[in-house]
Design a protein around this ligand. Structure first.
Ligand SMILES: *Cc1c(COP(=O)(O)O)cnc(C)c1O
Length: 417
């Protein structure tokens, strides 16, 4: 009989703990750019922060009573404390399907996956569609999360250009040039953060035509669905798609003014059963990692979707649109600035003619100096891969807007040459 030798495995000799490669490759452009600077406000002036896309921070847009009651009822029922199905509670998925289903783009509860915010929905979609070495097409300027979810997985984030002079429509030629055999999906943000743009039916049909030519599913980030100004109309990608399968990511964060509640979903539109064999089962597997958002919030959702009146959304958009109009007219008259009027969501991008500001090299400099001199905080375009612009949030009370614009004007007038 052969002699069995006890092999001693090499063991560690000290506390040497290293973070994973994946975690180290997570980039959050906002944190990286903003936290990297020593941001100090002018102690003589109170802070006006127009930087973060959280409509709760100013206190002018309170949560609707129906929503508070729905959560209280869910707690009091005593039946929502256990684990729910990984895909989401059936009653919740049924309510979401009923709310979003249309004759052109019908949904059943099986087509809905509940997630921890729209972020969780995007995470699942990108996880399922992409492998290392492949690539995904994302907008520039765009929301930083898309590359944050792709790059650490070895998926290349390829930025397609949006055109400011055409209300931030996609440069479709550029989009198409970026596509190759390793492209897995196109991410379309409509309405847009950071641009506030809302795409026309024609433009969405053109985008769908590109996707169809190249057999690419679309991940629609439609978290701002319905958040449009008067006279504008929101079309979901799914409502216009004939053959392109769509994963529409959404949630209650923005429209319902509760980003902290962390409730989102994926709506799976798959008329031709393109997702059926692989993508759908893989999405279901992915839900088993996190098991969806809190069951309390899931149980509250049917009432929230059914009972919150239209006036709640109208009020939000009235505030945003009035602010957009005020900011646009004020900043259009400021030397060196070129605001682009939005049509929805809650943001505006403003171009900076940097050649007229010799002591400011970049939009990051602009942001930093505006903060130290005027205590106005906005995000530089670099946070959205778009130098030469800054982004303003438009959900604050109207008097704050006036104050902010006056200070931006004073700042630009001082530095403009
Ligand atoms: C805010 C935002 C999200 C994230 O939504 P959560 O539900 O808070 O995760 C996703 N996409 C865009 C474009 C956003 O602006």
């Amino acid at each position: 009989m052969a002699e069995v030798k006890a092999v001693r495995r090499p063991v560690k000799e000290e506390w040497l703990l290293e973070g994973s490669t994946e975690s180290k490759s997570i980039v959050n452009p906002i944190r990286d750019i903003v936290d990297g600077r020593k941001l100090e406000q002018n102690p003589q002036k109170n802070l006006v922060s127009l930087s973060i896309g959280d409509p709760t921070v100013f206190g002018n847009l309170p949560v609707h009573d129906v929503m508070k009651q729905a959560v209280k009822d869910a707690v009091d029922s005593g039946t929502c404390n256990g684990y729910g199905p990984a895909q989401g509670l059936a009653m919740t998925r049924r309510a979401v399907a009923a709310h979003y289903s249309t004759p052109e783009a019908p949904l059943t509860e099986d087509d809905v996956i509940m997630s921890c915010g729209c972020s969780g929905a995007l995470d699942m979609c990108i996880t399922v569609l992409g492998n290392p070495g492949q690539n995904i097409l994302i907008p520039r300027p765009g929301f930083g999360l898309y590359s944050c979810l792709s790059v650490p997985r070895g998926i290349e984030a390829r930025h397609y250009d949006l055109v400011p002079d055409r209300q931030w429509e996609i440069d479709l030629d550029h989009l198409e040039q970026l596509i190759d055999a390793n492209t897995v999906s196109i991410v379309v943000t409509n309405p847009s953060n950071p641009c506030g743009s809302v795409y026309s039916k024609k433009h969405l049909l053109d985008i769908l035509a590109v996707a169809e030519r190249h057999f690419l599913p679309i991940i629609g980030d439609e978290i701002y669905d319905g958040m449009v100004f008067k006279g504008q109309q929101f079309y979901s990608l799914a409502s216009l798609s004939k053959n392109v399968p769509i994963l529409s990511c959404g949630g209650i964060a923005k429209r319902y003014l509760v980003p902290g509640w962390r409730v989102g979903w994926i709506l799976i539109y798959d008329k031709n059963e393109t997702f059926k064999k692989e993508i759908f089962p893989c999405l279901l597997s992915t839900t088993r990692k996190i098991l969806g958002p809190s069951t309390i919030l899931q149980a509250a959702l049917p009432d929230i979707l059914a009972k919150v009146p239209q006036s709640y959304f109208k009020n939000t958009m009235n505030v945003v649109e009035a602010n957009a109009n005020a900011v646009y007219s004020e900043l259009s008259a400021v030397p060196g600035l070129k605001p682009v009027m939005p049509s929805g969501a809650m943001y505006m991008m403003v171009g900076i003619d940097l050649k007229h500001f010799p002591n400011l090299n970049t939009a990051v400099d602009f942001m930093e100096k505006l903060m130290s001199e005027q205590s106005v905080f906005c995000l530089p375009g670099e946070c959205f891969q778009y130098p030469g612009f800054f982004r303003l949030v438009l959900s604050m009370p109207n008097d704050k807007v006036k104050e902010a614009c006056a200070r931006i004007k004073e700042f630009c007038t001082k530095h403009y040459v």
